[in-house]
Design a protein around this ligand. Structure first.
Ligand code: MG
Ligand code: MG
Ligand code: MG
Length: 307
């Protein structure tokens, strides 16, 4: 029976590419491992997989009775419904430790770096397994995506080093150009259904017993979103009601200006001021310098909700 390797819901490029790379490492070690994805992959990931000759992993949403390895998450809220009925053999991640637990010891690699693929690069090196050229390419793109071409405050020296080594293997010489090409694909939102945009990079969190949703759209210029902003704001209200959520936040991140417009719908809107020191007007507020949900949005919100 194969071991299934997969990332979080609303999969981003790291969740998909690192699952493929980890399954490759396991297979090179003689383990039957299959990368899958909980949901359909996004356009940026499609661009990356096409570039290096991969097809999209199969979508799979039920894992009861299966052996699994989690990549890029360890929160139950970001996993499949029946996650607790699966056997977790490993976790490779770069987020805060979540709430999954296991009856047996597991292979756990969770490092405070900018991308799961950075951790994976060290795993390949640790086991002395060579990284195939096309796998190096998708790992490199994962790092460029997660670190916003090394501009995110989550980016570490280890990410820079891993990216340089992977670029060498993949034969990529202009990482800025490659990264911008990816973010242009990501910014092409014309004609995309509003809910698909809201869910494109979306995560639910449990904060002091409240269900909190936080989505993010990263674009090369916020004006790209002018025509759809009102619809996005309306849709997060619907999403909040549908899922019985306490709050839904949507970060509209301008990767060039390096800041985010935060759209807010919440039972306690005052939490935004507590967390960010800024008061939303008409359900939105500009947060200068804020690019990372993981490092600059989740921790202050968790603190504000716990207070
Ligand atoms: Mg991710
Ligand atoms: Mg990641
Ligand atoms: Mg991200």
């Amino acid at each position: 029976m194969s071991i299934y390797v997969f990332g979080h819901k609303s999969p981003d490029s790291d969740a998909v590419c690192s699952a493929i790379a980890l399954a490759n490492l396991k297979r090179q070690q003689g383990v039957d491992a299959t990368p899958v994805s909980q949901e359909k992959i996004n356009p940026e990931t499609t661009f990356i997989l096409n570039r290096y000759g991969f097809s999209a992993p199969e979508v799979m949403s039920s894992f009861a009775g299966k052996q699994i390895i989690l990549v890029d998450f360890s929160d139950l809220s970001q996993g499949p419904e029946d996650l607790t009925k699966a056997e977790i053999l490993g976790i490779v991640d770069h987020h805060k430790l979540g709430d999954v637990t296991t009856p047996n010891p597991l292979e756990c690699w969770i490092w405070p770096v900018g991308c799961s693929s950075t951790v994976l690069k060290s795993m390949y090196d640790f086991y002395g397994v060579p990284i195939p050229k096309n796998i190096a390419g998708i790992m490199l793109c994962s790092i460029l995506s997660d670190t916003v071409i090394f501009k995110s405050p989550t980016c570490t020296e280890q990410d820079q080093k891993a990216a340089a080594a992977l670029a060498g293997i993949a034969g990529e010489t202009d990482l800025q150009a490659l990264g911008m090409e990816m973010f242009k694909v990501k910014s092409a939102i014309v004609g995309t259904p509003i809910r698909e945009l809201v869910m494109r990079d979306y995560k639910d969190f449990n904060m002091s017993g409240r269900k909190i949703g936080i989505g993010q759209l990263e674009v090369v210029d916020l004006s790209i979103l002018n025509d759809v902003k009102a619809e996005l704001a309306a849709d997060i209200k619907v999403l909040k009601a549908e899922g019985n959520r306490h709050s839904v936040f949507l970060l509209l991140t301008d990767i060039i200006k390096e800041g985010s417009q935060l759209l807010v719908v919440s039972d306690e809107p005052e939490v935004v001021q507590k967390a960010f020191g800024a008061v939303p007007q008409n359900g939105e507020v500009w947060l200068p310098g804020v690019m990372s949900r993981k490092k600059q949005v989740v921790p202050p919100l968790e603190k504000a909700f716990a207070a």
